[in-house]
Design a protein around this ligand. Structure first.
Ligand SMILES: Nc1nc2c(c(=O)[nH]1)N[C@H]1C(S)=C(S)[C@@H](COP(=O)(O)O)O[C@H]1N2
Ligand SMILES: [Mo]
Length: 255
């Protein structure tokens, strides 16, 4: 089945039917090298499902022009990071802040903000859709998550990427998670810039996730630690995210 799938992708790519071919190919090739991802395709799922995953979920979210950007982009959920440590980092311009990448990786990272900002970046103008019924178009810039995961070298058992955040909402730390299809999607980035300026506190300074094929609550703000896991079991409520654990929203929020 995997072979069929790869063949049909190749045919599509040859025919030029897949946009931004270069980026997409890199992500997909890496994905197909991942044992966990391959086993998902090779296990019980039928060709339709597998095709949808490989083609549908790799498709790019629509991108907009600068003229289409929303004059106002509201902040939602936590508008501030929590705790003394966060406040003092904010006051110092995140000079001694670092992003941790750990869990099922060969090479755990602790990456200072200036190093992160020096990584090759992707810029995209996309529409943010909140489950509460509002949306806004903004410009986001930052490195691809794929780049960081490649630097840290995922172990083959990895199936989920978890984002730990520096805010506590109604007594619970905010966190989110995505699978490897979304983690290696070309538009999945860790944005440190929004609308041409460093990310403001209310939008999740200094770093937030953009996972453009999913609803707003998946876009973790105030990201401080990225953890590679084989399962979501045993992590907080076990459902892979703050709202998921409340039973409010689904784990997969594809749009
Ligand atoms: N850490 C954290 N991330 C979060 C939230 C939050 O409360 N805390 N709210 C989510 C929701 S529901 C939405 S719609 C977006 C809002 O992003 P914005 O404040 O930049 O508009 O962030 C998401 N990410
Ligand atoms: Mo939201």
């Amino acid at each position: 089945m995997t072979e069929k799938l790869i063949l049909s992708r190749r045919r599509l790519i040859r025919a030029g039917a897949v946009g931004a071919g270069g980026l997409l190919l890199t992500g997909c090739d890496r994905l197909f090298e991942n044992a966990a991802f391959r086993s998902v395709l090779e296990s019980g799922e039928d060709l339709h499902m597998a095709t949808q995953r490989a083609l549908g979920r790799d498709a790019l979210a629509r991108e907009f022009s600068v003229h289409e950007m929303s004059p106002v982009f509201r902040a939602n959920g936590s508008r501030e990071g929590s705790g003394e440590a966060y406040k003092s980092q904010l006051a110092q311009g995140f000079a001694d802040w670092s992003l941790k990448v750990d869990g099922l990786v060969e090479r755990p990272l602790a990456m200072p903000l200036d190093v992160l900002k020096a990584l090759p970046l992707r810029s995209q103008i996309t529409r943010h859709d909140c489950v509460e019924g509002w949306s806004a178009i903004g410009q986001w810039r930052g490195p691809r998550l794929a780049h960081l995961l490649d630097l840290a070298r995922l172990k083959p058992q990895t199936r989920y990427i978890v984002f730990h955040c520096a805010d506590v909402l109604h007594g619970h730390p905010y966190y989110e998670s995505i699978d490897l299809v979304d983690a290696f999607h070309p538009q999945t980035i860790l944005a440190w810039e929004m609308n041409g300026r460093p990310l403001e506190e209310k939008h999740g300074a200094p770093l937030r996730l953009r996972v453009e094929r999913q609803l707003g609550y998946k876009h973790a703000k105030f990201v401080t630690r990225i953890e590679a896991r084989s399962s979501l079991e045993g992590l907080y409520g076990g459902r892979g995210g703050y709202w998921e654990d409340q039973g409010a929203y689904a784990w997969y929020a594809g749009i």
